[in-house]
Ligand binder design. Structure first.
Ligand SMILES: Nc1ncnc2c1ncn2[C@@H]1O[C@H](COP(=O)(O)OP(=O)(O)OP(=O)(O)O)[C@@H](O)[C@H]1O
Ligand SMILES: [Mg+2]
Length: 337
C-alpha cells in the first residue's frame, strides 16, 4: 500500500513528463518541453537551467505534491544478469559482493550497488539469475542536487527500464522485448518470466533521424521533425523522407536484432513480442517496418490499457495520443513506496 503521494517524473532530454496516480487511477498528468541542455553536462549553469525548468514544470502542472520518484538514464547505469549456483539468500548476498568487481566497470567504492534475485536461471539449469545494478554515486548525487534545486523531494530513483516493467510489459510468460525510443537515446530491454533479463542502451533516437533528414535536404531541424511526423517510414513522397532516415533508423533495428539473437541463443526461447515506447514510437509506419525486420509481433506500449485507468472527465484522446511517451512516467508513478 502506497503511503505517500508522489509524482512519477521522467526527465527526458526533449520532454519532461509527470504522472500522478491514486491506486491505479490517473489523478494528474503533465508534459512540457525540456530546456535542451544535457543532464549529463558538468556545467553548473546547465544544471541550474534544468532545475529552473523543473521548478516551472511543477508550478504549471496541477500535481498535489512535490514528492517525486524519478529515473536515471539507462545509459548511465550498469545492469547485468549474472548466474550463481543455487544457494540461500545470505550466501547470494555475499556472492554478489565477491563477484561484482569482475563485472562492474567502475571502482565499487564509487557506485551504489544493488541486486535482485530473479529466480531459476533461464540460461543454465541448476543456477539462479541475479540482476546486478550499479549506479555511479556521482550520478545519484547530481540527481539529488538537481531535484532539490527545483524544490522537489526525491523519494526514490530507479532505472527507466524497471519503470517500464510496471506500465507496459504485463505478465506474459513469453519473453518480451521493449524498445524505448526517445529523442537522444534508445533503451532496449528483454523481460522474461516476470523479470528483466537484458538491457542495452544506444545513443540513437528521434533527434538523429531529424538531423539526417535536415542534412540530406538542407532543412531546419523543426521542419525535418514535421516531415518525419507526417511521413516517417511509410515511403510516401517518393520515399524521400524514408530514404533519408532509414540508414539511421536501421542502427536501432540492428541493435534490436543483435539483442534478440543474443537472448534467444542463450535462453533458447524466442522473443514473442516487441513493445515500442517513447515519443519516436509514434513514427508513421514503424510498427510494420519493425515487424518485417524482426519477424515478431510489434505494438506500441500503452500504460492506459491495463496498468492505469483514466477517469471519465480526463481527455482520453490526448492521453491516448501520448500514451507511449508517458510510459516511463506512468511506470514510475506505479512504484510502491
Ligand atoms: N508522431 C511522431 N513521429 C515521430 N517522432 C515523434 C512523434 N512524436 C514525437 N516524436 C519524437 O519523439 C521524441 C521525444 O520523445 P520522448 O519524449 O520519449 O523523448 P525524451 O524522453 O525527452 O528523450 P530521451 O529519453 O532520449 O532523453 C522527439 O525526438 C520527437 O521528435
Ligand atoms: Mg525518455
Amino acid at each position: 500500500m502506497a503511503s505517500s503521494e508522489f509524482v512519477g517524473l521522467d526527465i527526458g532530454t526533449s520532454t519532461f513528463k509527470g504522472i500522478q496516480v491514486k491506486g491505479k487511477t490517473l489523478t494528474a498528468y503533465y508534459q512540457a518541453a525540456a530546456p535542451g541542455v544535457s543532464l549529463l553536462s558538468e556545467n553548473p549553469n546547465d544544471l541550474k537551467q534544468i532545475s529552473d525548468s523543473l521548478r516551472k514544470f511543477f508550478d504549471d502542472a496541477k500535481f498535489r505534491t512535490r514528492n517525486v520518484v524519478t529515473s536515471v538514464p539507462e545509459s548511465q547505469v550498469f545492469t547485468r544478469v549474472i548466474n550463481l549456483p543455487q544457494m540461500g539468500e545470505a550466501e547470494i548476498a555475499s556472492s554478489v559482493k565477491n563477484e561484482a568487481p569482475q563485472y562492474v566497470p567502475m571502482p565499487l567504492e564509487q557506485a551504489v550497488l544493488d541486486y535482485e534475485i530473479l529466480g531459476p536461471s533461464e540460461t543454465q539449469s541448476g543456477s539462479v539469475d541475479v540482476l546486478l545494478v550499479a549506479v555511479p554515486k556521482a550520478l545519484t548525487q547530481k540527481y539529488l542536487q538537481l531535484l532539490q534545486g527545483a524544490g522537489l523531494t526525491p523519494l526514490s530513483l530507479e532505472t527507466e527500464t524497471i519503470a517500464l516493467s510496471r506500465s507496459v510489459v504485463g505478465d506474459s510468460s513469453q519473453p518480451v522485448m521493449v524498445a524505448s525510443i526517445g529523442a537522444t537515446t534508445t533503451d532496449i530491454s528483454i523481460f522474461s518470466g516476470g523479470a528483466l533479463r537484458f538491457t542495452r542502451s544506444i545513443a540513437t533516437g528521434g533527434k538523429s533521424l531529424e538531423r539526417a533528414l535536415a542534412q540530406t535536404f538542407n532543412l531546419e531541424m523543426g521542419q525535418a521533425a514535421e516531415y518525419i511526423r507526417t511521413y516517417g517510414l511509410e515511403g510516401k513522397l517518393e520515399g524521400k523522407v524514408m530514404g533519408a532516415i532509414k540508414p539511421v533508423f536501421d542502427i536501432i533495428v540492428e541493435e534490436l536484432k543483435r539483442s534478440q539473437a543474443f537472448f534467444t541463443s542463450r535462453s533458447r526461447r524466442p522473443i514473442s513480442r516487441l513493445v515500442l515506447v517513447g515519443g519516436t514510437a509514434n513514427l508513421p509506419g514503424v510498427l510494420v517496418y519493425l515487424a518485417q525486420a524482426l519477424g515478431v509481433e510489434v505494438a506500441r506500449g500503452n500504460p492506459w490499457e491495463t496498468a492505469i485507468s483514466i477517469p471519465g472527465n480526463f481527455p482520453r484522446e490526448y492521453l491516448e495520443e501520448f500514451a507511449s511517451s508517458f510510459a516511463v512516467a506512468a511506470g514510475l508513478a506505479l512504484k510502491e513506496i
